[in-house]
Design a protein around this ligand. Structure first.
Ligand code: TYD
Length: 154
């Protein structure tokens, strides 16, 4: 099993889409092991988007990510990183396929509703960045036997 990080960005919060998006992940079978609302600081965002600091759109990205509090989530499941990235869709909402979150809720490259970790290695780094260890609560819901076959639970 893996745990991945999802951020419901201000574009999700300010549209009132948080519930619908959280529901999609739960309906898929992903389990919420951590969830909280927070206002992202300059320092945290510069670290999180370090690969983009030199891009011309970076100041707009900072402003966009600080337009309201965000909801951060730790989602647990089999191959959770890949499954959540597939559910998220392409970066630009206009290019993201219908059925993906960005494909269904976004028309923008910047205002694209969610962040999702892009590899297991980055998920581990990002979970540490946004959560204290005690804020991630490991438990196994009773529905697991109806979500996975036995071999998938090993
Ligand atoms: P990136 O890590 O490339 O994509 P993803 O979120 O799909 O992993 O980019 C991070 C965020 O930066 C992206 O979600 C929105 C913003 N962004 C722009 O505003 N314009 C751009 O051209 C790119 C590449 C990203």
């Amino acid at each position: 099993m893996e745990t991945t990080l999802v951020i419901l960005k201000p574009s999700a919060i300010l549209h009132g889409y948080a519930g619908q998006i959280i529901n999609r992940f739960q309906q898929k079978g992903l389990v919420i092991h951590g969830i909280k609302m927070m206002q992202l600081s300059d320092e945290l965002l510069r670290e999180h988007y370090a690969h983009l600091v030199d891009r011309p759109f970076f100041p707009d990205l900072m402003k966009s990510m600080q337009a309201s509090p965000v909801i951060v989530m730790a989602l647990w499941g089999k191959d959770a990183v890949e499954v959540v990235r597939m559910m998220t869709g392409a970066t630009n909402g206009r290019k993201a396929l219908p059925g993906t979150i960005r494909g269904d809720f976004s028309m923008s490259g910047q205002e694209n509703i969610v962040h999702a970790s892009d590899s297991l290695e980055n998920a581990e780094i990002e979970l540490r960045r946004f959560f204290k260890p005690e804020e991630i609560l490991h438990y196994e819901p009773t529905f697991l036997n109806y979500t996975y076959e036995p071999a998938e639970l090993l």
